[in-house]
Design a protein around this ligand. Sequence first.
Ligand SMILES: Nc1ncnc2c1ncn2[C@@H]1O[C@H](COP(=O)(O)OP(=O)(O)OP(=O)(O)O)[C@@H](O)[C@H]1O
Length: 796
Amino acid sequence: MMIAHVGSEVRVFIRSRPTANFAQELIQYLPDGQTVSVHQRKDSRKGVVNNQLSSWSFRLDGVLHDVSQEEVYGRVGRGVVLGALEGYNGTVMCFGQTGAGKTYTMTGATESYKQRGIIPRALQEVFHEVEQRLDHTFSVHLSFLEIYNETLVDLLASVRGCPRVGPGGMVVVEEAGGGVSVRGLSLHPVHSEEEALNLLFEGEMHRIIGAHALNKNSSRSHCILTVHIESRSRTLSDAKYVTSKLNLVDLAGSERLGKTGSEGQVLKEAMYINKSLLFLEQAILALADRRRDHVPFRQTKLTHALKDSLGGNCNTVLVANIYGEASQIEETLSTLRFASRMKCVQMAPAVNEHTDPVLQVRKLEKEIQLLKQELCIHNTLANRMGMSYDTLSETQVAEIQSQVQRYLEGSLDEINIVSIRQIQEVFAQFKQAMQQQEQKVKAQLCQNYTLVEKAQSTAASTAAKSRSSQGTVGMVEGHGFGVGVAAPSERHIRPLSPGRTKSIKTKELASQGRKEAVEGRSPGPGKPVESVNPVQRDREGREHDPQSQEPQGPQEPLRPDSPPPKAEAFEDFKAERGSEINRILKENKLVLLERRARLRELTEGVNTAKREIDSTSTALRQWRDKRQSQGQFVSAEGVPVLDEAELSLVLRLRELKTQYRQQYEELCGTKAEVSYCQHLVDQCRTRLLTEFESWYNESFLLPEEVQAMLRSGAPIRPGLVPVYKALALEEDEQEHFERLRYELLADSPSAISFYNAQNRTVQRRNYSKAMSQAPVQKTTPRGSGRTKLPAILSVI
Ligand SMILES: Nc1ncnc2c1ncn2[C@@H]1O[C@H](COP(=O)(O)OP(=O)(O)OP(=O)(O)O)[C@@H](O)[C@H]1O
């Protein structure tokens, strides 16, 4: 059996039509039976022909010269047909100029049995094989497609019982797996050679015949007869089956337009044919080029319909029909070139194997049945009678549930494992029990949390009342937008008790804590403390309510175990506590942007002025040079004077220089402003971040001991945990103090060094004190210095 192997090339044969005027001097068939040499004579009409290109040699798979139809079928068609019966797609295609013998090769002479072509012989072979292969059942269908002027025509549409084509007409559609089919093309079941031939002749009758200068009865369309074969094994009750498509293609004549001398309808036909064959050539070239990953199949109906028939997963054979007369030598050359290109196309045929889902299910059901029987025997032998492997009933599930419950409570020592289904159910019950338990704990926590809120709310309102009576509550916040400190009494996210804190881990709690922390208030209704400056309240609270310095059980607010993501917290902070500094930062940024824009404008202006000065200076210089060569202008008094043009240049230069200077000055001023604004923006940004860090540390990270230290009244600002940082933050004030001292000591400069040294010693002592864990003793009065923002540029 001749089935192409993986990686082989498309097989190509030459067949020449017999003629009395065979151009022996131009076309030579070499004795190897595979090579054709062509020599082209000088064409006097075209003038000189390049002699180097006058001979060509084409080596193909075989030359069919003076051979019978039977031999042609044997060498060209049989292998492909047998392959199709095995499940390989196959294509036999005839290509060549009009009248070269394509239809003769493909269909043959209909009036003579002996001269019948590849198609009738293929149909005969198919049904002969179907009868022979008793171990398989075959189902064969035929379709007959014509492509005429880029229109798809169903040549078997007139057959009785054929369904009508829908409104969309016929279209080539791509199938999963890379194949194509023609939607709307009728498929006809055939059970015998005769039925198949009937359809072939019926289709042939309908072929559109066009008048043509070269051959009056030549067909002007491409025709594809497809034999669809499906085969299933009779012996193996297998769900697998194979399918294949055998395409028998008779292409329209390939001659060039100029040659035909056609006009009107025939010219139009010839144009369509040329176009489709040109695209066929392009597709072949792309297929032959292994580096190309795209093949332009969709450019015409022909290439699209043949997409899965040219190489690839298909056994493809091409017959290049030539008309060996001297007058046809150019067409012959063109056909041979096409044939040799086609020869380069690779194919890798593969059997189209499928699995029938219905049969597959049936097969698997049978297998399950068999396995169940085996299991039954196994259980009987293992003395495990009464085992069931079906889906568990409700009673069985309830029993397993009860077992799991008892096991969890401890009243059942172990659960006896009997089957996979039972194991799965036991796990499911464990999962369910765990989820229920989780819900319970959650509900309990929520309840406790509500209690805490209530208790806290009551305590806080009492405290608020008491503070109110002392005239400290409700003080309006001053300029403390950047303070970033929440009063310990307001830091509600403190553990109720160390043990309980560990168990509170829900996300809700964390986010609620965060929200309330940024708002600087404790949760719970009826607490009018939002307007109180938290720092002030903290201090007031510590000064007037010594009780608040100690943990107060339920009065202690809750604090989530895991801090919220910083990015999120930062957004909250900017919207609430840090809103004022954030606003100023934004305003300063705007001013900075505006100043920068102005700076750009001025720079451009200065540059333009500079360029104009340069060009005017050059013009002036040139003018002077020119004038100097002509002699000097002098007034009536004999004094040298400027002429009008020179004067206007001089004046323009002066004006430009003035303009330049003004703009340059403004530029310098704006540059200074930009750098000042930049400095302010940086300061604001640093301040915002510092305050945020401070607030975040205090609200979410500060350990309990530090909180306690803060509550005890230590003069360290909460949140600035590392003591050296706290000291560093005091530097503003220190610097302020030093500046005053410098001013005072301005008259006695020798004292400055002394005080500097003394100051450094004091700083070192404070630092080591702080590092040795002693609470830092801050000597500066509370509330001074640090709450002030650095100077901010007012919005212009
Ligand atoms: N090998 C051959 N032996 C005998 N007769 C042939 C042979 N080849 C072609 N002919 C004859 O030549 C004529 C033209 O052949 P045919 O119609 O097959 O050409 P064609 O290539 O199919 O043309 P078209 O492109 O118009 O379809 C026919 O009468 C045919 O019988």
